[in-house]
Design a binder for this molecule. Structure first.
Ligand code: 4AD
Ligand code: MG
Length: 428
C-alpha cells in the first residue's frame, strides 16, 4: 500500500510513489529525490551494496514515475527534512520524455503545457491554498446554517445582463451559459431556504485581455434572507474572508511567504468603507487623480487600483468596501433607496474588485418596474415570478474565487486558475 510522503513512517518498511524530481550520481552513490503532492523524500542508493538498484537508477531520468519500497531513516545530514529512504526495490511506473518546458517560459507556453507547469512547487501551493481558503469559507457558512446549491449553468435567458453572454445551440433552439447564479440563489430565497451559497462556474463572454478577467471562472456566491440592510451582507462577507484568510495564514502562511514573497494578512473587522464620492475626493486630494464627474458613479480601473493603496495608506487595511454607486452601472435587481440609489457595494482587495453585492429588490412591482426600465421584459418574466408568491427581504454577493486566489499570491489570473479560459484560449 502506497503512503504519501508526508505520512510515511520512519524506521519501518513502507512504500512511496511519485515523480523523480532530481537524480544525482556520485562515485559511490545515487541520490534520488522523489516528489508527490504531499512532499519530497530523498532515496539513497549505495552502489557497492546495492548493485541491482544502482543499475536501475542509471536507467532513470527526471520526471519518471516510480514506486519505491524501503525503510526511511533519520539522517541529520540530509537537507531534505533530515530523512532518507534506503530502498529495497524501485519500480518504474511510467517513463518520461525530456520536458518541453523551461520553468521561466512565457506564461502562454506554460499554459500550453499546464500539466507540466503545475508540477512546480509554487503552482501546487496555489491549489493547496485555494483548497484551504474555499473549504474554510464553506465551513464558515455551513456552521451558520447556509445550504449549498448547485444551480444549472445551461439557461434559457441571459442571467446578469444581455451583454457578455455565451450563446449555444440547444436541440434546434438556443441556450445560454450562466453569467451568475444570481437568479437561482434568489429563487432559493423565494423557496424559503433562508441562506444559500454556491461555488460554481460562471461564464462571461468578455473579450478582455487583462490580468484579472477570464471567460470562465469560479464564483463563490451567497444569498441570505431577513437582512435589515446591505450592511448585514458586508458584515458577513468581512467575517467570511477573515475566516478564510485565517485558515490560509495558519496552514500555508510560511510557504506563501517563502515561495511568493507575500505575507498572508488576517484582516481585522470591521473592514473600512467609503462612498464613491468620498473615494474620488480622497484620490484627488491625496494622489492627484482627476476623474470626470460623469465617471464618478462607478469605479474606474485607475480608481480601483488606487483604492487599494488608499486603504493601506489611510487605514492600514488591505480591504475597502465602496458604496453609493450610481444606478446606471448596477444590476436592475439591486434595491434602491428613496432617491433611487442602489443599496449595494463593491469590495476591493489589494486594488482589485473581488465582489459586487447588494440588498435585492424583493417587492414584485418595484422589481418589475426596474426590469422594464432596462427593457428586460419577457427574458426575465420567469425570474420576476419568483417574487409574486411571497419572498423575504434578502441580499448577497458574488465573490470571484480566482481573483481571491490570484491576489492572495500576487500572481495573474492565468497563473491562479487551474486552467485559464480567455478569448484566445480553450485548450488544453
Ligand atoms: O461583479 P459581478 O459581475 O457581480 C455579480 O455576478 C452579481 N450577481 C453579484 C451581485 O450581487 N450583484 O461578479 C462578481 C465577482 C466580481 O467581483 C469578480 O470578483 C468576479 O466575480 N468576476 C470575475 N472574475 C474573473 N473574470 C471575470 N471576467 C470576472 N467577472 C467578475
Ligand atoms: Mg462587479
Amino acid at each position: 500500500m502506497r503512503t504519501r510522503i508526508d505520512k510515511a513512517p520512519t524506521g519501518k518498511p513502507c512504500e512511496v510513489c511519485g515523480f523523480v524530481e532530481n537524480l544525482r550520481e556520485t562515485g559511490r552513490m545515487f541520490f534520488l529525490v522523489l516528489r508527490d503532492a504531499s512532499g519530497k523524500l530523498q532515496v539513497t542508493v549505495e552502489k557497492s551494496s546495492m548493485p541491482a538498484l544502482s543499475a536501475m537508477c542509471a536507467e532513470l531520468s527526471p520526471e519518471f514515475v516510480v514506486r519505491v519500497r524501503g525503510v526511511i531513516n533519520e539522517n541529520t545530514y540530509v537537507k531534505l527534512g533530515g530523512r532518507e529512504m534506503v530502498p529495497e526495490s524501485i519500480e518504474v511506473l511510467s517513463k518520461a520524455e525530456p520536458l518541453p518546458l523551461q520553468p521561466d517560459a512565457h506564461i502562454d507556453t506554460r499554459l500550453d503545457h499546464r500539466w507540466l507547469d503545475l508540477r512546480e512547487d509554487k503552482n501546487l501551493l496555489i491549489f493547496k491554498a485555494q483548497t484551504t481558503l474555499s473549504e474554510a469559507m464553506r465551513s464558515f457558512l455551513l456552521e451558520r446554517g447556509f445550504l449549498e446549491l448547485h444551480s444549472p449553468k445551461l439557461i434559457g435567458a441571459a442571467s446578469e445582463s444581455g451583454a457578455d453572454v455565451f450563446e449555444l445551440g440547444y436541440f434546434g433552439g438556443k441556450a445560454y451559459l450562466s453569467q451568475s447564479p444570481q437568479f437561482y440563489k434568489q429563487m432559493a430565497m423565494a423557496a424559503g431556504f433562508d441562506a444559500v451559497f454556491e461555488q460554481g462556474p460562471v461564464f462571461r463572454a468578455e473579450k478582455s485581455h487583462t490580468n484579472r478577467h477570464a471567460t470562465e471562472f469560479t464564483g463563490f456566491d451567497l444569498e441570505f434572507a431577513y437582512i435589515d440592510s446591505f450592511r448585514d451582507v458586508m458584515a458577513l462577507e468581512a467575517e467570511l474572508l477573515q475566516a478564510g484568510l485565517r485558515a490560509v495564514a495558519e496552514k500555508h502562511g510560511a510557504d506563501i511567504e517563502r515561495l511568493f514573497g507575500i505575507k498572508t494578512v488576517v484582516p481585522l473587522l470591521p473592514f473600512p468603507e467609503l462612498t464613491l464620492r468620498e473615494l474620488y475626493e480622497k484620490l484627488e486630494v491625496i494622489y492627484g487623480l482627476q476623474t470626470p464627474p460623469e465617471q464618478r458613479g462607478d469605479l474606474t480601473t485607475e480608481a480601483e487600483r488606487l483604492a487599494g493603496k488608499l486603504s493601506m495608506d489611510e487605514y492600514g487595511h488591505e480591504f475597502l468596501f465602496l458604496t453609493d454607486f450610481a444606478p446606471e452601472g448596477r444590476a436592475f435587481y439591486h434595491m434602491r433607496d428613496e432617491r433611487g440609489n442602489p443599496l449595494g457595494f463593491d469590495l476591493v482587495w489589494r486594488g482589485v474588485e473581488i465582489t459586487t453585492g447588494a440588498q435585492r429588490e424583493h417587492r414584485y412591482e418595484r422589481l418589475a418596474a426596474q426590469a422594464n426600465e432596462r427593457g428586460l421584459g419577457e427574458d426575465v418574466k420567469f425570474y420576476l415570478d419568483f417574487f409574486r408568491y411571497g419572498c423575504p427581504p434578502h441580499g448577497g454577493f458574488g465573490l470571484g474565487l480566482d481573483r481571491l486566489t490570484m491576489l492572495l499570491l500576487g500572481v495573474t489570473i492565468k497563473e491562479a486558475m487551474f486552467l485559464f479560459r480567455g478569448p484566445g484560449r480553450l485548450t488544453p
